[in-house]
Design a protein around this ligand. Structure first.
Ligand SMILES: [Mg+2]
Length: 276
């Protein structure tokens, strides 16, 4: 044979799979960051916000484990305890994490501006809405209820505790594909504010969109962001966007308020025969 033939998907975007904190609610992804600081404090360990935020996107127990392995934290842990953190230490911190997070989630569950409008437009286009999160089921029940009170609902929710491995593995995203009855991963777009969340979408074979200012990469609440001088906003936006683009995200925009034009562009590329 002198030629081979490649099949390409030319149909509509069928599903958008959204992250929660830093993507649709909790501008700045503040809720988990403050709790990670507190659980380490209870072990006699001070960690700063940058350390607390480093592994964001991972499942929460895995996130705690990853913090203990950061060079600076590991050195301070050894200075305080005379050894590395053990699985039992991580279990103890995760046991502290769960009730603290459940108590504080609703303090940070306001929808990110643009979420309702983007969801309405996707519904109008017949796009199904899936979602994934590093929170567990009980935590997601709080977020889902708070979002519903504000008028935002998705079709499916999968947590890192529902699957064998959380992000960067693609399992949560693929559970959405199955539950939503989507015909191919090439018809899906994964949307997230963190590098592990972009990895999740790429590992699932999907188009990906990263949000720079509303999420963990900038890490400021909406009030703090609005109070930040324009030159500093520009610096923070550029640093966050660079990290997300270098993770391989197909698009990086400020927030969910900028989602729909990205979907238009992806749809045009699919129609031309491009693949994620
Ligand atoms: Mg997030």
């Amino acid at each position: 044979m002198s030629y081979t033939y490649r099949r390409t998907y030319r149909g509509p975007i069928e599903a958008v799979i959204l992250d929660w904190a830093g993507t649709t609610l909790d501008f700045g992804c503040v809720a988990p960051a403050v709790v990670f600081v507190e659980v380490f404090k209870r072990q006699g360990m001070a960690i700063d916000m940058a350390e607390a935020r480093g592994p964001m996107g991972a499942g929460k127990r895995d996130h705690i484990a990853q913090i203990t392995r950061m060079d600076g934290v590991r050195a301070r842990w050894n200075a305080a305890h005379g050894r590395d953190a053990t699985e039992a230490d991580i279990d103890a911190m995760y046991a502290d994490f769960i009730p603290l997070q459940l108590q504080s989630l609703s303090d940070y569950s306001a929808l990110i501006p643009g979420t309702l409008e983007a969801a309405a437009e996707m519904r109008r286009r017949g796009i199904k809405l899936g979602s994934t999160s590093g929170y567990d089921r009980a935590m997601m029940a709080v977020n889902v209820a708070d979002a519903k009170r504000q008028g935002f609902e998705v079709d499916t929710v999968f947590c890192s505790t529902d699957v064998r491995q959380g992000r960067p593995y693609p399992f949560m995203a693929l559970q959405n594909v199955i539950a939503l009855g989507v015909s191919t991963v090439e018809a899906c777009v994964k949307v997230d504010d963190t590098v592990p969340g972009i990895d999740e979408g790429l590992n699932a074979g999907m188009w990906t969109i990263g949000f720079s200012i509303s999420g963990n990469e900038v890490g400021l609440s909406l009030a703090e962001w609005n109070a930040t001088p324009a030159t500093e906003q520009a610096r923070l936006r550029k640093r966050a966007a660079t990290r997300l683009l270098q993770s391989g995200a197909h698009y990086v925009v400020d927030s969910i308020a900028d989602l729909i034009p990205c979907l238009d562009d992806i749809q045009a590329r699919i129609t031309r025969g491009e693949r994620p």
